[in-house]
Ligand binder design. Structure first.
Ligand code: S3P
Length: 180
């Protein structure tokens, strides 16, 4: 699968892997539009993800997420940042596999912990031992991300611009995207 054929990039990976930050930078460099699944869910519902979890529960959130994915994935010319749990539903994985170039951003646990240290927004990270929770979640979801991904990219605490340059170099080298 080549970007030239599919015209979109989709970012999957766990919380705090940089899907939004790197996605925006990547979109700029590739001349594509950036879209964010969580943001779209919040815009459509008019409330925060945390409120949706509190009021409706996770199952209802996953349903909203799946509907938003179906819409956003059909838009061409975009870099799409998905939510960390998008790979949980089989129907989403099937959609992702059929879609554009899928990059799995795989962060190290220290980077995730640093980035989420003051987090009050992500419902799953409240009132838990974050190191243990994220470690277990990464282990459980890693095969699911790999299942849908074309490329696995290790993410560390380097500045976003550096990370994006290294991602682009890799994509160009493997002919996923044309020379930029
Ligand atoms: C979730 C990740 C979040 C958000 C929700 C659930 C998850 O997105 O969709 O809090 O299950 O991993 P980010 O990966 O953008 O933090």
């Amino acid at each position: 699968m080549r970007l030239q054929e599919h015209s979109g990039v989709i970012l999957v990976g766990p919380m705090a892997s940089g899907k939004t930050t790197l996605g925006k930078l990547l979109a700029k460099r590739l001349g594509l539009t950036f879209v964010d699944s969580d943001q779209e869910i919040e815009q459509r519902s008019g409330v925060s993800i945390r409120t949706i979890f509190e009021v409706e529960g996770e199952v209802a959130f996953r349903d909203r997420e799946s509907k938003v994915l179906a819409t956003l994935i059909s838009q061409s010319g975009c870099v799409l940042a998905t939510g960390g749990g998008v790979v949980l539903l089989e129907q989403n994985r099937a959609r992702l596999k059929e879609a554009g170039l899928v990059l799995y951003l795989k962060p190290d646990i220290e980077t995730q912990l640093k980035r989420t240290s003051g987090d009050r927004k992500r419902p799953l990270l409240q009132n838990v031992d974050r190191r243990q929770f994220l470690t277990e979640l990464n282990l459980a979801r890693d095969p699911l991300y790999r299942d849908v991904a074309d490329v696995v990219i290790s993410v560390d605490n380097r500045p976003g611009k550096k990370m994006v340059e290294s991602i682009l170099n890799r994509l160009v080298k493997n002919a996923w995207v044309a020379e930029i």
